[in-house]
Design a protein around this ligand. Structure first.
Ligand SMILES: [Zn+2]
Length: 391
């Protein structure tokens, strides 16, 4: 069923001007940060863990993750994709879902998201989630790739060897990336936090850092050295392609408060970085700081990706807040869906529904014209991503 026929504006009758509603429910999206779907069937425990971003623990016996904004949103919007009524009970949803083969489930969810291109982070969970080609085959949508800088560096560091060889090897690996690659991603937020020295390290300091990491990592090379992190971000920035930064909401491995993007100011103020697009991902609860940075720096962009799925019915408020300071040319759509194809579809539905509610009110009350609202929505849906990534 095309996304325009999913009833995304159900219950909003009279609230969204017809032309705006029609445009927002049918415009193509570039999902500029997303992952593949689980290759194998999941258990109910694995499913419930996959709809919780913060805790890696098993779900406690006294609760179910279905009782959350995301759980309610899945029952509301994904149940009809399985032939169930909206708000079907969690057990009914689960029974219907587990009866379907993985590829069938993927096709039902992915193909209806109205996405024109997936820009996939290929650096995490590659042994358990689908590849670019499988995503493309099951959704009928082309895919591009994002390379994780830390993973690329670790693949070189794992071989040990001469610390002086690391910098040229890393630059060579970046230059050799596959033609499907349209940008990079850093998980500095997870590894060091943003409160590090972001200046490009000298050759001597970098070699010293590689020596230190080699001495402590015993071959496993988990890259958490701030000097090396600063180097790989600078080396990628030299190529001018967009660099995505994980910002805010993530699991509890990460010190959330050290992923406040205001801590990136010393990096953003550097002339060497000024012509590289810096893409702040997810950003909750720092979406307002991200909006400020997107206004303050020509090369900073942001999204509220992942947040929309997790806040469900509250996504209208997050969308409204994301439209406060930042110019509309500096915002993008993403789902950050990982594993469950429900998340790929739901991101699209909640974005469309919330945009229609927020822009619809501004048009209805006369603050915005309808053509302006449609134009701004198209910039965020696909226009900015097509321009920045060249897709
Ligand atoms: Zn992600």
């Amino acid at each position: 069923m095309p996304v325009g026929e999913l009833g995304v504006l159900a219950g909003l009758e009279g609230q969204v001007p017809a032309g705006l509603g029609e445009a927002i429910t049918s415009m193509p999206l570039v999902d500029h940060h997303v992952h593949g779907c689980f290759i194998d069937p999941v258990t109910r425990g694995q499913f419930e863990q996959a709809i919780n971003e913060g805790s890696p623990d098993p779900i406690p016996a006294f609760m179910t993750q279905f009782d959350s904004q995301l759980g309610f949103a899945i029952r509301r919007w994904c149940a009809p994709q399985l032939g169930l009524p909206p708000h079907a009970k969690a057990d009914e949803y689960w029974a219907e879902r587990t009866a379907l083969p993985v590829d069938d489930l993927d096709r039902r969810m992915l193909g209806d998201a109205g996405v024109e291109r997936w820009i996939m982070d290929t650096g995490f969970g590659t042994d358990i989630i689908s590849s670019l080609s499988t995503m493309t085959e099951r959704s009928g949508t082309p895919s591009s790739a994002i390379v994780r800088l830390e993973q690329l560096a670790e693949s070189i560091l794992a071989h040990g060897g001469d610390p002086a060889a690391f910098a040229p090897k890393f630059r060579e690996a970046l230059a050799q990336a596959n033609p499907s690659v349209v940008g990079y991603k850093t998980i500095a937020a997870y590894r060091t936090g943003f409160d590090i020295d972001w200046t490009l390290p000298s050759t001597g300091d970098l070699e010293q850092a590689v020596t230190e990491l080699n001495a402590t990592s015993a071959g496993s090379a988990r890259l958490d050295h701030p000097v090396i992190i600063a180097f790989i971000v600078h080396a990628a920035a030299e190529l001018g392609r967009p660099i995505q930064f994980h910002v805010g909401l993530g699991d509890r491995d990460m010190d959330l408060h050290r992923s406040n993007p205001m801590l990136l100011l010393p990096l953003l103020r550097q002339q060497e970085i000024a012509s590289t697009p810096i893409m702040l991902l997810h950003t909750y609860p720092y979406h307002r700081e991200s909006g400020y940075l997107a206004q303050a720096f020509d090369n900073v962009y942001f999204d509220v990706g992942l947040t929309l799925n997790y806040v469900g019915a509250q996504s209208t408020q997050i969308i409204a807040e994301s439209l406060e300071l930042a110019p509309f040319a500096k915002q993008l759509y993403s789902s950050d869906a990982f594993g469950l194809p429900e998340l790929h579809l739901l991101g699209s539905i909640l974005w469309r529904r919330s945009m229609a509610q927020v822009l619809g009110r501004w048009v209805r009350e006369g603050d915005w014209s309808e053509p302006d609202a449609i134009r701004a929505a198209k910039m965020i849906a696909h226009g900015n991503a097509r321009r920045v990534y060249g897709v």
